[in-house]
Write a protein that binds this ligand. Sequence first.
Ligand code: AMP
Length: 278
Amino acid sequence: MQAYLDALRSQGKSIGFTPTMGALHNGHISLIDRTIESCDISVVSIFVNPTQFNEQSDLDKYPRTTAADISLILPTGNHILFLPTVEEVYPQDSLADNINNQLDIDLGYIGSCLEGTERPGHFEGVMQVVKRLLDIVQPNKIFMGQKDFQQWTIIRFMCKALKMPVEVVPCPIIREEDGLAMSSRNVRLSDKARQDAVLISQKLFDVKAQKGKKGIEKLIDSATTALNKIGEVEYFSVINMDSMEAINTWDAADNILAVAAVWVGGIRLIDNVIIQQK
Ligand code: AMP
């Protein structure tokens, strides 16, 4: 991979990279499309990273649909598809060595809030794999979805902290027609849970519609109550997009995001909506 890309780099080609865990859907394809639009070469990786899962059962159940993924990518243009094995990504004596061998970056609050509270060790695993993939691919730009807003924030932070010469490009959330954010986990929802799940995006968009009209706490309370009827809310919060800290007045930040993680029918779903960006 490195030799192949070195040859292209020496011809002056720019390289764009879209890392994924497979089970591709149109959200992933939108990232891939952006890569093709703005770079000469598109590299797409599919790798289900074991070090970012908190529970072995979640890793085991993660959908693996490589043949279907390839059929979805093929019509979108020419790509270099990178499908490494766990041993290639973590080529030491054992995976356990690598888990202990995480990056020494203190993420502070952006790593410990929201997803960091609920999924200890998750972002350390994400940083570890993205750093490794970036070292291999050495792209000019890496494309990441705002669906995982905290992940994008952390990877941007990591690249700055390590002074890596790569632009971390955020891409908007792609949704189903009824508003549910596309996710590889959606295929695991029962019909009933799939119908219920639409309430998550509805409540997030409600916050946007009510901005400045109703208080933040009141909106969070009513969203949480409604969502707890269809599932279990892990968090529903309105945050400063830059610091990720929760805010409770509309004038407390320039850039504001509403974020949620909700269990519906046994599946954990996350979503967010940008409320304002100055
Ligand atoms: P994953 O395969 O879930 O690790 O996701 C790979 C990339 O696709 C990440 O940067 C995600 O944020 C992004 N992504 C996942 N779902 C969506 C979506 N609905 N819209 C846009 N990007 C997404």
